[in-house]
Design a protein around this ligand. Structure first.
Ligand code: TRP
Length: 439
């Protein structure tokens, strides 16, 4: 394919909606609140904010710089920028990670669809906590039902990605992201006006700094990677569709602010309700799929709020998974010269097969999650910043930013971060992921 007629994003808002769509996902609404719940509330929030702005944004920028400079998919980009060298293996790992993340993430995407349906038919209404727990257990350990919903979820991805970058990903992100915001604010207002809700707000915003320890910091670091979709080429791929006129620093700041805002808003939906109903904030991964249905089952209008909440979760998941599918589709079309529709069906079909394996063998599900989040993403992130520092080097990196009319006052700070702070921080996430600092 001639790179001059590559598909691309058509507007600034489109870029931000698509990239923020990738970042905002189950990580924000499901993972962030439960980590926060387990790690002392506000103390975790503050640690997270500091790391996201200090380390997350520069890494996201580095990834976008690579993609935009090369105007290629993630494997092609490294091959183009450093021909004949092994750096393209970062891209290979990224494409591999896209398959693996997709295979477990789309199962959870399927759960969100199942939970929209269950909420709508009143499956949670007036159930005891034990019954709701049992529903979750039965459903998630089943085979055909999760399979059905996963395939449906995968088809939604195919539908969007088949449309291309501008008329698929960008078009839907521009609709779905504002919708997600509106639903989130609506639910937040409902949650905050429950009697006793303020205890949840207190938990979220009153920091107890004695709670900040190495586990909190490491959990926050890992969450920054996962939540911002960095370390495996999504941002490089999306960056390659961004016009040379856009300021990548500004874009990254917007994307990460949106990502963080959604995580905080989601917490403002969840914790006030959890406290208002006298439940525990630290129930872990079951927080969204078990604790919340308990609340919806016992509040007035719970069916409506349940349907809205799980729709929100489905939207968030979908705008993330299309970015994973796009990483692979971009590679298939540009490097293997496939037609876009063949590439999309082939990629999604393979992901579906992997996903079926994950449903059948739950050890694979958690294995893939561990392998990607704890090993492949931090390793990818590490090599990405090393690539920018050692291979692209200061002058070319500067130029890529300067061309868009970027204000360069902060460039030395950016450079210091990606040269020293980011690699060290990432190394810590990686070692922690491997269990070096205890579990
Ligand atoms: N950021 C998404 C979330 O928070 C997950 C995700 C999508 C992701 N694409 C990614 C994570 C790429 C890492 C890399 O749910």
């Amino acid at each position: 394919m001639n790179i001059s007629n590559r598909d691309s994003f058509s507007s600034k808002f489109g870029v931000i909606a698509a990239a923020a769509g990738s970042a905002v996902g189950l990580g924000n609404i499901w993972r962030f609140p439960y980590l926060l719940g387990q790690n002392g509330g506000a103390a975790f929030l503050i640690t997270y904010l500091v790391i996201a702005f200090l380390v997350g944004i520069p890494i996201m920028m580095s990834e976008m710089i690579i993609g935009r400079k090369a105007q290629r998919n993630v494997i092609g980009a490294f091959k183009h920028l450093t021909p004949g060298k092994p750096w393209f293996l970062i891209g290979v790992m990224g494409v591999g990670a896209a398959f693996l993340i997709m295979s477990f993430y789309s199962i959870v995407g399927g759960w969100t669809l199942e939970y929209i349906y269950s909420s709508a038919v009143g499956a949670f209404t007036n159930r005891t906590p034990a019954e709701i727990q049992a529903q979750y257990q039965t459903y998630t350990s089943g085979f055909w039902r999760p399979l059905f919903w996963m395939v449906l979820f995968m088809l939604l991805n195919v539908l969007i990605v088949l449309g291309g970058v501008k008329d698929g990903i960008e078009k839907y992100s521009k609709i779905l992201m504002p919708l997600l915001f509106v639903l989130l604010v609506f639910l937040m207002i409902r949650s905050l006006t429950l009697p006793g809700a303020m205890a949840g707000v207190d938990f979220l915003f009153r920091p107890d700094f004695t709670k900040i320890n190495s586990k909190v910091i490491l959990d926050a670091l890992g969450q920054v990677f996962f939540s911002m979709s960095i370390g495996m080429g999504v941002m490089a791929t999306y960056g390659s569709y961004v016009s040379k006129k856009e300021k990548l620093g500004t874009t990254s700041v917007w994307v990460s602010m949106t990502d963080t805002t959604v995580a905080v808003l989601a917490s403002l939906v969840i914790f006030p309700a959890v406290f208002a109903f006298g439940l525990q904030p630290d129930s872990g991964p079951g927080l969204v799929f078990v604790t919340l249905p308990n609340i919806f089952g016992h509040m007035s209008g719970g069916i409506v709020f349940g349907v809205i909440f799980f729709s929100l979760l489905a939207i968030a998941a979908l705008t993330s998974t299309i970015s994973l599918l796009e990483v692979v589709v971009a590679y298939f079309t540009e490097e293997l010269k496939m037609k876009r529709n063949i590439a999309t069906w082939l990629a999604a079909g393979t992901m579906t097969l992997l996903s079926i394996l994950c449903i059948k063998f739950s050890a694979l599900f958690s294995g893939f999650e561990f392998l990607t989040a704890n090993i492949m993403l931090p390793l990818g992130g590490l090599f990405i910043v090393l690539f920018v520092v050692w291979q692209l080097k200061k002058i070319a990196t500067r130029k890529e930013l300067e061309e868009s009319g970027h204000q360069m006052k902060l460039f030395p700070v950016f450079w210091l971060i990606i040269k020293y702070l980011a690699p060290v921080a990432i190394a810590f996430v990686f070692l922690n992921g491997l269990g070096f600092f205890g579990q």
